[in-house]
Design a protein around this ligand. Structure first.
Ligand code: NAD
Length: 309
């Protein structure tokens, strides 16, 4: 049994990590300021996780929570690209200074490993697919820049101080508990929510754009493997399926969940949307032994069934 600190543990991905750790019998501390996290996720922990409402930028608090911790899963972040465009300073403060805070405290208490949730956004609109960890990075938003700088600090703490850190670049993660609301919510929960409400999936552009979708349960597994594997420290890994799915294909798959399919509606393309994204997951496979196991149709079914049960 180990003690984990999960920052952002009231969020979509963080809540899946916490419930899995509790099921395994690990001890969990959660730090979250509920900026985008949900209190209803905390109810799922049934009082078995120590939940602290606070800010990852609060140096004294992060130090206090770090004492005795074996592993840190650092997810707390400003996660919205449009919000980061509006407020780059806040994004930098939370995503960069918050990460530095976590790294400094983890170093002080000799934590066994820090796993940092990064993003495929660091690649920008690089057309050379699939994107590998050696592909050039070209952030197109303050959010992407903040994630790349967070990675650089993680790797620097490994090289300069020997703190074992691992960075995971998630591609498009989906699954139960993901927020479908807001103009820039992720496409899958939005499609599924609209279908549940009897509305057509709304596609911006012609629907030819492709994304690499990974089920949240697979991301949980990737984090746990990143904690354990001796060769992982100091490295960056794509967490990707390696498959590009077009939004037209996605709409068809989502429609397959219901006996009464609804043809998609189309709206003008959104400025700044990238055309294609697909990751090369070879490094995570060879080094961590990680490969996503949830197929898209099955994952969509799990998500669909989880809503309004
Ligand atoms: N969902 C995806 O497809 C995806 C893709 C790439 C990377 N990521 C990364 O994965 C992580 C989790 O994302 P998510 O999709 O679960 O989003 P989320 O918004 O559900 O989770 C982020 C959590 O961080 C918390 N938080 C924000 N600012 C904080 C602060 N200053 N102090 C403490 N807590 C704070 C929020 O309240 C929330 O609970 C993020 O770091 C995100 O950048 C997600």
């Amino acid at each position: 049994m180990s003690l984990f600190l999960v920052t952002g543990g009231a969020g979509f991905i963080g809540s899946h990590l916490v419930t899995t750790l509790l099921e395994r019998g690990d001890q969990v501390r959660v730090l979250d300021n509920f900026a985008t996290g949900k209190r209803e996720h905390i109810d799922l922990y049934h009082g078995r996780a120590g939940v602290v409402e606070g800010d990852v930028r609060d140096h004294a608090l992060v130090e206090r929570l770090m004492a005795g911790v074996d592993y840190v899963l650092h997810l707390a972040a400003v996660v919205s690209v449009p919000q980061s465009m509006r407020d780059p300073a806040l994004t930098n403060d939370v995503n960069v200074n918050g990460t530095l805070n976590v790294l400094a405290a983890a170093r002080k208490f000799n934590v066994k490993r820090v796993v940092f949730s990064s993003s495929c956004a660091v690649y920008g609109d690089n057309p050379e697919l699939p994107l590998s960890e050696r592909s050039i990075t070209q952030p197109l938003s303050p959010y992407a820049a903040s994630k790349l700088i967070g990675e650089v600090y993680c790797q620097t703490y490994y090289r300069a101080y020997g703190l074992p850190t691992v960075c995971l670049r998630y591609f498009n993660i989906y699954g139960p508990r993901q927020d479908p609301n807001g103009d820039y919510a992720a496409v899958i929960p939005k499609f599924v929510q609209r279908l549940k409400a009897g509305q057509a999936p709304l596609i911006y552009g012609a629907g030819q754009q492709t994304r690499d979708f990974v089920y949240v349960g697979d991301v949980v597994r990737a984090n746990l493997l990143a904690c354990e594997h001796p060769q992982a420290s100091g490295r960056v890994f794509n967490i990707a399926s390696g498959q590009g799915t077009s939004l037209l294909e996605l709409a068809a798959s989502v429609n397959g969940l219901t006996p009464q399919p609804i043809q998609p509606q189309f709206a003008p393309p959104r400025e700044g949307d990238i055309l294609h994204s697909r990751g090369d997951g070879t490094c995570a496979h060879t080094t961590l032994g990680f490969q996503p196991t949830m197929g898209l149709n099955e994952g969509l079914k799990q998500l669909y069934d989880s809503i309004n049960r």
